[in-house]
Design a protein around this ligand. Structure first.
Ligand SMILES: [Zn+2]
Length: 241
């Protein structure tokens, strides 16, 4: 068995036997890692509370055939302000859930890891109604599902010469008046999504809530669910909670 070092954000964990826990992490060097933390549920565990969801840890692991084995874990960042606020914790769970779905095992994912750590850092600093939606749009783009917003996804007429008035999940883009189908989209929502994807993220995160923000959030969730071909549990807890 070979030993390796990496960093990782804990995405979820579950119990294994009497004292152990399986920990799923996103790491920059090895993508999604499933590993066993032995004795983690004992009172005097050498891991303490470091292997809880959300924590960013520095790890030493043995590579196993199916599950790796965590031999050391040191906390890099605990994101305490998120844990102390239920709303922020709910947002964080949505980020962890989508990363868990898109991450590939044993495939280096430095950008995905950095995006998640960056979003958690921003969330720890302040809650924004656009943080989770912006993360979804940027992740769709990283996944090669960048939405078409500069022209009509139906007839390819440039946005400069036509109004884009709808968003179609199946075509992954905005549509003009003649091609309209799918969900209606306001000019303000279109402008916000463009800013998120074209480098204006910092400015977008200080936007107060409002109808356009709610529209962008709903479109982001629907687009992510279309991409993953599944409903997002954390997002629907939000709706009904
Ligand atoms: Zn069109």
């Amino acid at each position: 068995m070979s030993l390796y070092r990496d960093q990782g954000v804990v995405l979820r964990t579950w119990k294994l036997g009497e004292a152990d826990r399986i920990v799923v992490l996103i790491t920059p060097g090895h993508g999604k890692v499933r590993a066993v933390a032995k004795g983690v549920r004992k009172t005097k565990s050498r891991f303490g509370g470091r292997l809880e969801p959300l924590t960013n840890v520095s790890l030493l692991l043995y590579e196993g055939r199916e599950l790796d084995v965590i031999t050391q874990a040191e906390t890099i960042e605990h994101f305490r302000p998120i844990r102390e606020d239920l709303d922020r914790m709910t947002d964080a769970m949505a980020l962890l859930e989508v990363v868990d779905h898109v991450a590939q095992e044993r495939e280096a994912s430095p950008r995905l890891y950095q995006m998640l750590v960056g979003a958690l850092g921003a969330l720890a600093a302040r809650r924004s109604p656009l943080l989770v939606p912006a993360f979804f749009w940027k992740l769709l783009s990283l996944e090669g599902a960048h939405p078409l917003l500069g022209e009509c996804a139906g007839c390819q007429t440039p946005a400069a010469v036509t109004d884009l008035v709808a968003f179609d999940l199946a075509q992954g883009g905005a549509l003009c008046r003649s091609c309209r189908q799918g969900l209606p989209m306001s000019p303000a929502a279109l402008a916000l999504i463009r800013r998120i994807l074209e480098g204006g993220l910092a400015g977008v995160l200080v936007e107060p809530g409002g109808p356009a923000v709610a529209e962008v959030a709903a479109l982001a969730t629907r687009s992510m669910e279309q991409h993953l071909e599944r409903r997002l549990r954390s997002m629907h807890l939000l709706e009904h909670g």
